[in-house]
Design a protein around this ligand. Structure first.
Ligand SMILES: [Zn+2]
Length: 204
């Protein structure tokens, strides 16, 4: 049921993200879609920089573990929401970087404009574009948070990913590779925004 090649790509992404400081300790969670009712996702509490295939497990589209002896990440329902809402989504990454944590504390959304890397996002063909990354309130009730995200997406928000306040970033793509590129691109742009805010050059 698991796809060895995509599992390996997820594991490699975990090492890379950890080296960059985007998934400290057991923070973050990653998944890929196997079918409409099967998702491979990181198990609860595992270190994302030291993942092995045993740290991945299967859940159904409602987030229930296929093997009841295993426990997936507390945030599994946020992955399920993305797969249910966007049929093109084939992989989801969630990171806990310094930039996304700091920036999301004080803003209700993050506007990214005039970055070359915007072109990695869906439907953006020029750097002369702006995207709005919404910030949702952190909520330990993941079902309630997933419902809020879903309502916003139905409203056309969060198409390119979203932030949870003081917590981290959710991004997806039509392949593990594309989702990883988008995390790298957004984290780079967030880092730029953080540096700009530090030197007082931020426009918002
Ligand atoms: Zn998280």
């Amino acid at each position: 049921m698991m796809d060895a090649s995509r599992s390996e790509s997820l594991i490699a992404a975990g090492r890379l993200f950890h080296q960059r400081g985007w998934v400290p300790a057991s923070g973050g969670n990653f998944s890929y879609k196997i079918s409409t009712d099967r998702i491979a996702i990181t198990a609860s509490g595992c270190h994302k920089g030291e993942l092995s295939a045993e740290n991945l497990m299967l859940v159904d589209s409602a987030g229930a573990a296929i093997d009841p002896a295993r426990r997936s990440s507390a945030e599994t329902l946020l992955h399920c929401q993305i797969y249910a809402r966007d049929p093109l989504a084939a992989a989801v990454f969630h990171t806990h970087s310094v930039a996304s944590t700091v920036l999301s504390r004080t803003r209700n959304s993050l506007r990214l404009a005039d970055f070359e890397l915007l072109k990695i996002l869906e439907g953006i063909e020029t750097h002369e574009a702006a995207v709005e990354i919404p910030v949702f309130e952190n909520d330990q009730d993941i079902r309630r948070l997933a419902a809020q995200v879903d309502a916003a997406m139905l409203n056309g928000q969060g198409r390119h990913g979203y932030l949870i306040r003081g917590h981290g970033l959710y991004v997806w793509g039509s392949s593990v590779e594309l989702a990883r590129y988008r995390i790298e691109a957004l984290e780079f742009m967030f880092q730029c925004e953080l540096e700009a805010a530090r030197v007082g050059g931020s426009s918002d």
